[in-house]
Design a protein around this ligand. Structure first.
Ligand code: CMC
Length: 436
């Protein structure tokens, strides 16, 4: 973080003395006004619900230019990473700041694969859940429970603990997501197969049967790997900020990541892929492509709460670069599986076409986001709709843990403690119950 040449001056119309605030520059992107001394100097807070204009931290991990539709992990454009690197290389990049060479990649992959199994006792923990529990409810519980199973990596202030926790989380998330899926169907859990790739092993744990050999379809393996790469990190979004805030109290890494899983579940965030597929299903059920126009009228109606799920983004106001890459994968998967004429895919394309041409969406700069396509891909692969967000959580875990570790290593890090503008009742006295 570098001091800019200019400073900001804050003046008040009531004659209070004005104050000067330092301005810092990053490598790229908007400068920031440092308001840390504002309260001390003026007795005032800033007000920014939803953090529309607030940088909550400095970070060197992920950069997004929402107007240009650019996303970079550690400086590398997402398009290059998605086409040249696999997920474990991307994990190495996010965690350690560099892309591994062949030897470092082999060593990192070996470390991850050594941790893919979970404590056998977790099966019994799992049994406490209803079979029809939402997988995200199960996942939140399972990830939180890791802190009860891996005591030797729970000290967030110990760099070795943090490193082992990072590897464990990346390695065990596919196992936990697959366990949640198999449990819901009453199927036996499949142990990890360490000879397979990260994505291939996940497919094996999800879809293989102990009675038969399972052959990984390379098109699906590549598609899943791309889903993982595209979802691996996304700077200070709601779940990442949740992980940072949670971890800032000194809680253990597993508890902090469980908080991230819980936040991701919401339909405005990671739950959008599930919500998008449910929306497509609903339109399909009530008339299909012929009903798209009517549905769009509802979306645009100010008095309705219906949104076009999978559209719009807080930061991307041009296009979501992940969506472009996911659209490619979507076409590849549907072609490989002979599903090009899938009615739901056709419906999605009809919605996309109308939305991209409609003034309502154009004026508000609403474009399809990654979840619009990732849901279609996952459905084609055979992942059930209510598992979609779990797959997102699996992929985002590395981003969460990289951001958490970055925060703990930052000498300026403090417990996160936002303030408020209080608008409730001023001090008043409690009346005896008979007089209230
Ligand atoms: N459908 C219809 N109208 C929309 C939509 C949508 N999907 N998204 C935004 N708008 C409208 C919104 O009603 C508002 O209109 P007006 O100015 O007339 O009041 C305007 O566009 C600006 O919206 P906003 O709510 O101020 O935008 P935001 O930046 O606060 O919200 C969002 C971003 C992602 C929460 C929102 O676009 C949304 O709810 N989209 C659908 C859910 C979704 O797909 N989320 C996944 C995000 S990508 C995955 C991830 O990173 O988690």
């Amino acid at each position: 973080m570098k001091l800019a040449d200019n400073k900001a001056t804050l003046s008040f119309s009531n004659g209070s003395p004005s104050i000067e605030l330092p301005v810092y520059q990053g490598t790229v992107g908007p400068d920031v006004v440092d308001i840390r001394k504002l309260y001390g100097q003026t007795g005032m807070f800033t007000y920014d619900p939803g953090f529309l204009s607030t940088a909550s931290c400095q970070s060197a991990i992920t950069y997004i230019d929402g107007d240009k539709g650019e996303l970079q992990y550690r400086g590398y454009p997402i398009e290059q990473l998605a086409t040249n690197c696999d997920f474990l290389e991307t994990c190495h990049l996010l965690l350690y700041g560099n892309l591994p060479d062949a030897a470092a990649k082999a060593q990192f992959s070996k470390r991850v694969t050594q941790h893919t199994m979970v404590n056998e006792q977790m099966q019994f923990f799992m049994r406490g859940f209803r079979r029809d529990a939402h997988p995200m409810a199960i996942l939140t519980g399972l990830v939180g429970a890791l802190s009860a199973f891996y005591h030797d990596s729970t000290d967030i202030n110990n760099p070795e603990h943090r490193d082992v926790a990072a590897i464990r989380l990346i390695a065990k998330m596919p196992t936990l997501v697959a366990m949640a899926y198999r449990y819901s169907l009453g199927l036996p859990y499949m142990y990890p197969r360490n000879s397979l790739s990260y994505a291939g092993n996940f497919m094996h744990m999800m879809f293989a049967s102990p009675c038969e050999d399972y052959v990984v379809n390379p098109v699906i393996e590549r598609a899943l790997d791309r889903i993982f790469v595209l979802h691996a990190d996304h700077e200070q979004n709601a779940s990442t900020s949740t992980v940072r805030l949670c971890g800032s109290s000194g809680t253990n890494p597993f508890a902090a990541i469980a908080a991230g899983v819980a936040c991701l579940w919401g339909p405005a965030h990671g739950g959008a892929n599930e919500a998008c597929l449910n929306m497509l299903d609903e339109i399909q059920r009530t008339g299909g492509v012929a009903k798209v126009g009517q549905f769009m009228e509802q979306v645009k109606d100010k008095n309705s709460t219906v949104k076009l799920m999978g559209f719009g983004h807080r930061v991307y106001k041009n296009y979501d670069p992940r969506a472009k890459l996911m659209q490619e994968t979507c076409k590849e998967v549907l072609a490989a599986l002979g599903l090009e004429n899938d009615p739901l895919f056709k419906l999605a394309m009809a919605l996309e076409k109308i939305a991209l041409e409609d003034d309502y969406f154009v004026q508000r700069k609403l474009y399809p986001n990654v979840d619009f396509y990732s849901g279609i891909v996952q459905r084609a692969i055979g992942v059930p709709v209510n598992m979609f967000t779990g797959v997102f959580a699996l992929a985002r875990t590395v981003g969460w843990i990289a951001q958490l570790n970055e925060m703990i290593g930052d000498p300026e890090y403090k417990i996160g403690r936002p303030r408020q503008l209080f608008t409730g009742a001023a001090r008043r006295d409690v009346l005896p119950i008979a007089k209230r």
